[in-house]
Design a protein around this ligand. Structure first.
Ligand code: DCB
Length: 349
């Protein structure tokens, strides 16, 4: 009898321990599978996952286990690049549970092509992510000029330099062209030949870090890749969505690609309309988040800025000095919502 009570006491202690273990940011599992934690047992994600690789159409860690990375994208570095610093990225890791940071280097609209100096924001991002043990998605933000071929020479120069300097770090993921667009910009005619050449340049210095390639129609038509994917073991393909504009139709395109075995990475998504504004679509977002989790698809949310648009995670004018340490009152409705998703605190979980 005494023994029995003793046993009960310990069962209760053990059960509470488990419950408290589950609270907070992640679900702890003993089998070594994905916990969605930025830091686990004191170790940041890159220390745990190591060299990423693509196996059987999905992103895996060095040990060959499927892993889903999640995090935030910057806004255009020429406008809101001040947030690409270690204070903010560290806050996103520690408070938002981000495993990934995406510096979005626009080419046009005041971006890199006319203003090479903004590259420093990419370098700062990479250095910060190496220090913080996070993955960094180096985004060549093709947008205004929808055809990536237009600036292929500059892309080769840029990615060669990044691969040469940082290719030996497992933190790096290359994103070759954010959103190719335009009726005449096709997978076969433009994006694939562009990617082949840029991949060749990267692979001279970096044999294995993952490379993500944009797809036609603002990275929505990933199914166009199925007939002729690239010949590189560690390449993935981009899907983008804005939950207020892109629903079932876009999800079905992504499904088709997955069925065909294509590895998919959502390098950018928003909970608004495709303009980056127009309200926060929570229900529609959660349907996508569920789909992404079920299919082990990594993602970055658009974006960290305080300009006052609905997809920006900061309120208008909040954190003007870009220090991080945000209070809930600094966050926009999207910010509050996306932080919850990242911290595994939504109904989905
Ligand atoms: C993508 C771009 C991203 C853009 C967001 C929201 O563009 F990758 O750069 O960000 O989605 O539209 C927005 C910012 C604004 C900024 C504007 C101009 O949030 O603050 O003023 O860029 O650079 C998309 C995505 C989808 C579609 C069109 C665009 N679409 N687009 O489906 O038609 O044309 O920018």
């Amino acid at each position: 009898m005494k023994n029995n009570n003793f046993f009960k006491f310990f069962s209760i202690v053990f059960a509470s321990f488990c419950i408290f273990g589950l609270a907070g940011c992640g679900k702890k599992v003993a089998d070594g599978s994905d916990t969605h934690l930025a830091i686990e047992d004191g170790k940041p994600v890159v220390e745990r996952y190591g060299q990423l690789q693509v196996l059987n159409g999905t992103l895996c860690n060095q040990a060959g286990k499927p892993v889903q990375l999640r995090g935030m994208s910057s806004h255009g570095l020429q406008w809101h690049g001040k947030y690409a610093n270690q204070d903010v990225i560290g806050w996103l890791r520690d408070d938002w549970n981000c495993q990934l940071w995406r510096p979005a280097m626009y080419l046009t609209e005041g971006g890199y092509i006319g203003n090479k100096a903004i590259k420093v924001k990419v370098i700062d991002s990479i250095e910060a992510c190496i220090n913080l043990g996070m993955y960094v998605l180096v985004d060549w933000h093709v947008l205004g000029n929808g055809d990536p071929m237009v600036h292929k020479a500059q892309a080769i120069e840029f990615f060669t330099e990044i691969a040469q300097k940082y290719g030996s770090y497992p933190n790096i993921i290359y994103e070759l062209c954010n959103e190719p667009n335009g009726d005449n910009v096709t997978w076969e005619g433009n994006i694939r030949p562009y990617a082949e050449d840029v991949i060749k340049a990267i692979r001279q210095y970096d044999k294995n870090n993952v490379i993500v390639v944009g797809t036609p129609h603002w990275s929505q038509y990933v199914d166009k890749v199925i007939a002729n994917p690239l010949q590189d073991e560690n390449v993935m393909y981009t899907v983008h969505f804005y939950a207020g504009s892109h629903g079932k139709k876009n999800m079905n395109i992504a499904r088709k690609a997955l069925k065909a075995g294509l590895p998919v990475f959502v390098t950018e998504w928003g909970c608004t309309k495709e303009s980056g504004d127009g309200g926060v679509f929570e229900k529609e977002t959660l349907a996508w988040i569920k789909f992404l989790e079920e299919n082990n698809i990594s993602w970055a949310n658009w974006s960290v800025n305080n300009k006052g648009e609905d997809s920006g995670v900061l309120k208008y004018n909040a954190d003007r000095n870009a220090k991080g340490h945000w209070a809930e009152s600094d966050l926009s409705p999207a910010g509050i919502f996306v932080r919850k998703i990242l911290r595994n605190e939504t109904e989905n979980k």
